[in-house]
Design a protein around this ligand. Structure first.
Ligand SMILES: [Zn+2]
Ligand SMILES: [Zn+2]
Length: 170
């Protein structure tokens, strides 16, 4: 510790000297209590408060998001049956469409958990036809349908979450 640097004591650990301060509330914090954010060190309380601002989802949003994502993904999987090879091009569009529908249905409210659940629900929506295709292969022989359905499910799982998360979080 140099003489010119002021020494504070951590707000949570009074016996720990530190030169770090939260750059939002100016509270002295020790390295253990500091969280490195894109804008500098912050105390855990400030980081939590900030996250709350971003997490605006209500309990019913989870129900709505799951129903919309699973329902649309299920109907989309019927479409994939007809699309065949063109699933390669259209699955990302379907995924974006589902993400946008979820965003609209929950009134643009947001939370990471909400987006994760919506993505999981969308993948679950693909399961009925995937299972059906699997049974079809079991009893009838291989057809490419399951490949396109699988591609569709994977595309949904990788696209929806980031699509929902990507926009409007700063
Ligand atoms: Zn703070
Ligand atoms: Zn501390």
């Amino acid at each position: 510790m140099t003489d010119d640097a002021p020494t504070y004591y951590c707000a949570n650990h009074p016996d720990v000297a530190t030169n770090l301060r939260c750059n939002r509330c100016e509270k002295p914090i020790c390295p253990k209590c500091a969280v490195l954010t894109p804008t500098g060190y912050r105390c855990k309380e400030c980081v939590r408060g900030q996250q709350k601002q971003f997490e605006t989802a209500q309990w019913y949003d989870y129900v709505i998001a799951i129903l919309v994502a699973a329902g649309l993904a299920f109907f989309g999987s019927f479409l994939v049956r007809f699309l065949g090879f063109f699933t390669i091009f259209l699955a990302p569009i379907l995924a974006i469409g589902i993400a946008e529908a979820v965003r609209f249905a929950v009134g643009r409210r947001r939370s990471k958990r909400l987006f994760q659940l919506a993505t999981a629900a969308a993948v679950l929506g693909c399961v009925p036809l995937l299972l059906q295709s699997l049974l079809g292969i079991f009893f009838g022989g291989f057809n490419l349908g399951i490949l396109w359905l699988g591609l569709y499910a994977v595309t949904l799982s990788t696209t929806i979450y980031y699509r929902l998360l990507g926009i409007s979080i700063r």
